[in-house]
Structure formats: C-alpha cells, structure tokens
Design a protein around this ligand. Structure first.
Ligand SMILES: Cc1cc2nc3c(=O)[nH]c(=O)nc-3n(C[C@H](O)[C@H](O)[C@H](O)COP(=O)(O)O)c2cc1C
Length: 188
C-alpha cells in the first residue's frame, strides 16, 4: 500500500443531472493533499441473480470488485429512495459483496448524500451504515454530510453552496485521517 490514500467514490444515482453525482464531482475538486479520488461506474451492473453469479461474475461486477480491492477507502454519495438507499446502489453493493473474499471487509468509508427534500438523505445514510456493519467496514462518524434542498445548492451540475463544499472538504480530511489511523493499527 502506498502512502497516498486512494479513494473510490460511488454515486447511487444514474441520472445525468444527479445531485449525488454532482457532490461526488465536487469531492474530486476538494480532495486534500495525499488523497486521490476516482469514481466507480455501476450503470452496467445487472440485477442481482444468483444463477448468473453461479456462471461467473459479470465483467461490470468484477471491475467494481477490483476497484474496491485496490482502494484504501470508499466514499458513497447516496440518494434517498423511500427512506433507504437507491436500488442501483444496493444492487451494486449486493453483487460486489458476494464471497469469496468480499472486498468491503476492513475498508474505511465515508458517506454523504443529497436530496431535494429537507432530510438530506439522513435515513438512507443510516441504512447504508447498517449495511456496513455486515460488510465489516469502518465508517467515518463525523462530520455527517446531509445535503438538503439540493436544487438550491447545485447549479448546472456544479455544487456552488460554500457551506456544503466546506463540509465535504472536512469529510474528506476526516476520511484521510481515519484511513491513516486504521493503517497504523490504532483504531482508537
Ligand atoms: C423512487 C424515489 C423515491 C424517493 N424517495 C425519497 C425519500 O424517501 N426521501 C427523500 O428525501 N427524497 C426522495 N426522493 C427524491 C430524491 O431525493 C430526488 O429524486 C433526488 O434528486 C435523487 O437523487 P439524484 O439527484 O442523485 O438522482 C425519491 C425519489 C425517487 C425517484
């Protein structure tokens, strides 16, 4: 593992004008020194089907698993659909999480999310954190990043709200520091 921290970002929305993909792009602009952030493509991942898995992982799933394995940490940008994460994000996580050697285990991660409403995806984020328990991942607890009323903060696909940009920057710094702590073996 090199000294730089390699983060894999995953947006749980496929739509072109996605607020969540927009905050992930903002995160790329805001990465602190010593961190890189690349994004995963989950558009081509089929619906989970155990029969398909039995015949071999689809290339889109294998690629995602390889990207997760190669990353030092993950950053999720999740929409909130019916008080939970989007189906496409859950589906991608389900595929990538299958044995052998599920790639999420031991990974530090941070989560953020944007929605048009007032909750800013908090319920979805707590569902994601719950999944992370089973996946044996290590969450950054704070800062929490709930981007409420996203349409007022994102213009033409760009996050323009300075307060939100500051929280995302702080979240990335916290992710870097948490990843280094886990690397050095001192989780406390
Ligand atoms: C199926 C569906 C369910 C939704 N449920 C919620 C919800 O529970 N809470 C919420 O705040 N917004 C909800 N929304 C609104 C989304 O937050 C909004 O569409 C948001 O823009 C989606 O993220 P995106 O911009 O990254 O695509 C829902 C939207 C859809 C399509």
């Amino acid at each position: 593992m090199s000294d730089a921290i390699r983060v894999l970002g995953v947006s749980g929305s496929l739509r072109k004008g996605s607020f969540n993909s927009a905050i992930l792009r903002a995160a790329i602009e805001l990465v602190p020194a010593g961190m890189t952030l690349e994004t995963a493509e989950i558009r081509d991942i089929p619906l989970y089907d155990e029969d398909v898995r039995a015949e071999g992982l689809p290339p889109s799933v294998q690629r995602l698993r390889d990207q997760i394995k190669a990353a030092d940490a993950l950053l999720f940008a999740t929409p909130e659909y019916n008080y939970s994460v989007s189906g496409v994000l859950k589906n991608a996580i389900d595929w990538a999480s299958r044995p052998p050697s599920q790639p999420f285990a031991g990974k530090p991660f941070a989560v953020m999310g944007a929605s048009s409403g007032m909750s800013g995806t908090m319920r979805a984020q707590y569902h994601l954190r719950q999944m992370a328990v089973f996946l044996d991942m290590h969450p950054v607890n704070k800062p929490e990043c709930f981007v409420r009323e996203a349409a007022k903060k994102i213009e033409n696909g760009k996050l323009t709200d300075e307060a939100t940009r500051k929280v995302i920057g702080d979240l990335l710094v916290a992710l870097a520091s948490w990843t280094r702590r886990l690397r050095s073996g001192s989780g406390s």
